[in-house]
Each structure stands twice: as structure tokens, then as C-alpha cells.
Design a protein around this ligand. Structure first.
Ligand code: FE
Length: 200
């Protein structure tokens, strides 16, 4: 079995929010799909380790903001690379608002927001599967929704290749963009002329 074949499955990328008795939080998920249109219902899978997961189990409600292709990586970082247990992910940003029902959503970088009421919960080991009916929805912009692969290709920063210079005589590597003209190889004592550029 080639487990990596599953990486070919397409997903979107979303901010998932919850409000547990006034405690508000959010995280990033890629696992959301509509299951029926009548009633409008969806299913999400949430990692049990996420604070948001327990909040949804207790409150029975969640909000979704559909992230667009214009979402900067900082927004993903805010919701996806920090824990609501030690940071308040929802404050200090002018693009986060709270709906009348108390669920946070993104006014910018999101082309639609929705709210759901949980109708069934399934334990899937590492994740909880919530099936839920839609209770509110609003289209916010015409900017295309980002697919999960678009996020990986265009939003997530690529590791920068490190630049350097290698001594052709002995193999010594100088790390840095520019090799000083008067540089002398510390190993073989040859000059900068015997160095060539490399990507490390
Ligand atoms: Fe050298």
C-alpha cells in the first residue's frame, strides 16, 4: 500500500472557530466538506490535541472562515502554529470580528463564513469527526478560495537555499552571499580566485 497516494486528495484550508462559554479560540483545518445540501450540512475532522476540538464538543457549535488565495502566511501562523492554551489568537487583529452568535470570523482573507450546530460526533482515534447543520452563512468576497495545495505552493514560505562558496582546491565551504576579495582559504591557504559559488 502506498500511503502517500492519499496526498493526492484535494482539500481547502479554513479557520475553524469556537466559543465555549465566552472562551473564544480558533485553529486551521483542511478537513471540511459539505455532506448534504438539504439540509445544508457539513463534516469536519479536528485533531483532539487542538483546544478548539474540546470547545466544539462542549458548546456544540463552530464557525468556518474559508481562506482565500490572498491569505498571508502570518494569518496561517496566527491560527495554525500557536496554541490557544497560551495565546489569545483572536485579539490584536483588525480582520477578526465576532458574529451575533458569538463565533469569531475573518472579515479579510476569507471569501465566506459559515456557522454550524453539531448533530453527531464520531471518535476517529487522533481526530473527532463532527457532522453539523449549517445555521448561518455569508459570502464575503469573490477572491478564490485557496486549495490546500495552493497553500503549500504559494502561501507557505519555501525554505531558502543557503548560498556559499566552495574552495576548488580542498573543499572548504564559506557560508555567505559574498566572498571577500582578499579571502584566504583557512585550510589550504589558496585565495578567493580558487573558490566557486554553491547552493548549500
Ligand atoms: Fe582550500
Amino acid at each position: 500500500m502506498d500511503i502517500t497516494s492519499m496526498q493526492k486528495i484535494g482539500y481547502g484550508i479554513y479557520v475553524l472557530t469556537a466559543n465555549d462559554n465566552g472562551d473564544k479560540n480558533g485553529c486551521i483545518i483542511n478537513t471540511l466538506m459539505q455532506v448534504t445540501s438539504t439540509p445544508a450540512a457539513a463534516v469536519i475532522a479536528v485533531n483532539k490535541q487542538n483546544k478548539t476540538c474540546g470547545m466544539i464538543e462542549r458548546s456544540g457549535k463552530f464557525g468556518i472562515s474559508v481562506l482565500t488565495e490572498e491569505t498571508p502566511f502570518d494569518v496561517i501562523k496566527r491560527f495554525g502554529f500557536a496554541s490557544g492554551r497560551d495565546t489569545d489568537k483572536l485579539s490584536g487583529a483588525d480582520f477578526i470580528e465576532t458574529s451575533p452568535s458569538g463565533l469569531a470570523y475573518l472579515t479579510k482573507y476569507s471569501c465566506a463564513r459559515m456557522e454550524f450546530t453539531v448533530k453527531s460526533i464520531a471518535d476517529c482515534g487522533t481526530h473527532i469527526l463532527f457532522t453539523a447543520d449549517m445555521t448561518d452563512g455569508e459570502t464575503l468576497s469573490d477572491v478564490p478560495a485557496a486549495s490546500y495545495s495552493y497553500y503549500h505552493k504559494h502561501i507557505k514560505p519555501k525554505p531558502q537555499p543557503k548560498k556559499g562558496w566552495v574552495c576548488k582546491i580542498c573543499g572548504y565551504i564559506y557560508e555567505g552571499d559574498e566572498l571577500p576579495e582578499d579571502f584566504i582559504c583557512p585550510w589550504c591557504k589558496h585565495s578567493a580566485a580558487d573558490f566557486e559559488r554553491v547552493e548549500l
